[in-house]
Write a new protein. Structure first.
Ligand code: DMJ
Length: 602
């Protein structure tokens, strides 16, 4: 009897504790005066508090006074132009082919996922050849978190549930790394949790998103509120004083908007939106004061807040996602922040004028590439020179311009986006493996309107590029170099022959397909998938390649599989062959790690 009473008392005690915890959870939730339209249904009382981690207990050295906080706009969202094409009915044959292809993508995903689960569970990455593991992203299970929404989208609900339970074991309190990338942590972990929460409504994921958000917010605790981008997280946890860097990459400084804004939208706490808006406002003020007015350079000074000194301007590596987020931010908040639209428009007309060029290729295909511009402005005069390079990373720009063009109803942008995407498809098809290399050089055409293939001109360009100083290459030697370096016609050099399992080309093919419905894109996507799948396949999973110019797989496997293979690349391939309303671009924006976030709609 006594023991029964004791057991009952303990049960009451437990119930009391749970009640107290839930009650406190409600009331600890930061609740700024946000319009209910910006809060997802079910947020508000009952939302997770985001307390409990070591990060919320740290006293900020440079607190942001509530009076100076940027807050989300309160007016009703606008009716923005439709992005996706209205697709008509599909023939039974087309549907049959599409579904077979989709299943093939899913099979590849599952092979990789199961191997990760068996050999590298909770580590950042699986080593797909040796079966080992790696932890370059904090050691917080990057592949697990990056894959959550893909599992959901592919309908792998049992795997999803198991993964969600596992993320409960991840602690963001510390890392073994000396330095973590704040950018990567934001796009992979915060983006991954937010997206999986948006899709599933599972509040355990929102709790994890808040936990990561609280941690990242500490990186912004500097005197000017610019974030430290390569971050000594353990030092910060010990209360170390922080300063923003004086040479930081544009993408690493400017890629917080979507994740931080969405986090503010779903929690009702404006602090994350405020943190990213401070960066936007600073960059916006400098947009026309750079060496290439209208664009920002790859390297900026976040410490002195000087953004216009460096000379190199590109839409590609190290700058990319800052540009990507401009139209996407406009879409995310239902058009209520028009400055993003304005910045996008100015930046893209500058890039179209200076960075985009037509390469000379066999068959005279009318395609575009986005190169790097070296610029210097003095006394109002801008001098530029173009480096005619192609990059796998810059392939996202096709989708960026097409999406932005639809959002602001500028067909020119859609057309340019199509041609950039066609350029990436061309580069895939040109390689013996059917896969584009990481970087390469081509011959820029003199005119964008007409450009005839000229073999002699191509060899001469290889000659020039292969010569250094007095050491001039002859025409004959250039031809030997072409053979030795396995340069397909049109390529003048391939400084980086690797393929890292990257998504950018299929990303743009997917966006362009949803926008235009061009059937050839579906075929190109399938060719790309087959080429990638067959060349990268290992016993266990899929591996990055060292050299896409050779077809002997054994020589080229690099034994790495970054989390974006499951988080991005295979997701875009899967969506390419899905019904066109699955993750519609009219309902979601993808962050730069392909995590779809819900747009604010009227
Ligand atoms: C991803 O982590 C993101 O897309 C990022 O913006 C840059 N590239 C990799 C994939 O290539």
């Amino acid at each position: 009897m006594l023991s029964l009473t004791r057991r009952r008392n303990s049960l009451y005690l437990l119930a009391g504790l749970i009640f107290t915890f839930v009650f406190l959870s409600y009331h600890n939730l930061p609740r700024d005066a946000l319009p209910s339209g910006l809060l997802r249904p079910g947020s508000g009382p009952g939302s997770p508090p985001g307390t409990g981690s070591r990060w919320t207990r740290l006293k900020p050295k440079f607190p942001v006074p509530p009076s100076s906080m940027h807050r989300l706009p309160t007016s009703p969202p606008l009716h923005l132009p439709k992005i996706q094409k209205s697709f008509g009915p599909e023939s039974t044959t087309d549907r049959g082919i599409r579904l077979i292809r989709q299943q093939r993508v899913k099979d590849t995903f599952l092979r990789c996922w199961n191997s990760y689960r068996t050999h590298a569970w909770l580590s950042d990455e699986l080593r797909p050849v040796s079966g080992g593991k790696r932890d370059p992203f904090g050691g917080w299970g990057a592949t697990l978190v990056d894959s959550l929404d893909t599992l959901w989208i592919m309908g792998l609900k049992a795997e999803f549930e198991e993964a969600v339970q596992a993320v409960g074991n991840i602690s963001f309190d510390a890392t073994r790394l000396k330095e973590v990338s704040v950018f990567e942590t934001n796009i992979r972990y915060l983006g991954g949790f937010l997206s999986a929460y948006d899709l599933s409504g599972d509040r355990r994921l929102l709790e994890k998103a808040v936990e990561v958000g609280e941690m990242l917010y500490v990186a912004f605790d500097t005197s000017n509120h610019m974030p430290v981008t390569r971050w000594d997280l353990n030092g910060a946890a010990r209360g170390r004083r922080q300063t923003a860097g004086d040479r930081v990459l544009l993408a690493e400084l400017g890629t917080f908007g979507l994740e931080f804004t969405r986090l503010s939208m779903v929690t009702g706490d404006a602090k994350w939106f405020d943190a990213s808006e401070r960066i936007t406002k600073a960059l916006r003020a400098a947009q026309n004061e750079t060496q290439l007015p209208g664009m920002w350079p790859v390297v900026v000074d976040a410490r002195a807040m000087k953004f216009g000194q460096h000379a190199d301007h590109t839409l590609g590596a190290m700058a990319d996602s800052w540009f990507e987020y401009l139209p996407k931010m406009y879409a995310l908040v239902g058009g209520l922040l028009p400055e993003y639209r304005e910045m996008y428009e100015v930046a893209m007309s500058t890039a179209i004028r200076h960075n985009l060029f037509r390469p000379m290729v066999p068959g005279d295909a009318d395609i575009l590439m986005a190169g790097l511009v070296h610029a210097k402005t003095s006394n109002g005069e801008t001098r530029t020179s173009l480096r005619p390079e192609g990059q796998h990373l810059v392939c996202f720009a096709g989708g960026l311009l097409a999406l932005g063009g639809r959002l602001i109803e500028k067909q020119l942008h859609v057309d340019k986006g199509e041609k950039i995407t066609d350029g990436c498809v061309w580069a895939y098809k040109a390689m013996p493996t059917g896969i584009m290399p990481e970087t390469f050089y081509v011959v820029p055409c003199e005119s964008i309107l007409e450009c005839k293939w000229d073999e002699k001109k191509w060899v001469q360009a290889v000659m020039e590029l292969g010569s250094s100083g007095e050491d001039k290459l002859s025409f004959e030697k250039a031809k030997q170099l072409i053979e030795y370096k396995r340069l397909p016609k049109g390529f003048t050099a391939i400084p980086d022959t690797r393929y890292h399992l990257r998504p950018e080309a299929i990303e743009s093919v997917f966006v362009l397909y949803r926008i235009t419905g061009r059937k050839d894109l579906m075929e190109s996507a399938w060719d790309m998938f087959q080429a990638i799948d067959s060349n990268t396949r290992t016993e266990l999973a899929s591996s990055a390649l060292m050299d896409v110019t050779v077809t002997d797989q054994a020589v080229t496997l690099s034994d790495t599989m970054e989390s974006f293979w499951l988080g991005e690349t295979l997701k875009y391939f899967y969506l390419m062959f899905s019904e066109t309303d699955l993750i519609s671009l009219d309902e979601y924006v993808f962050n730069t790690e392909a995590h779809p976030l819900k747009r604010l709609l009227p």
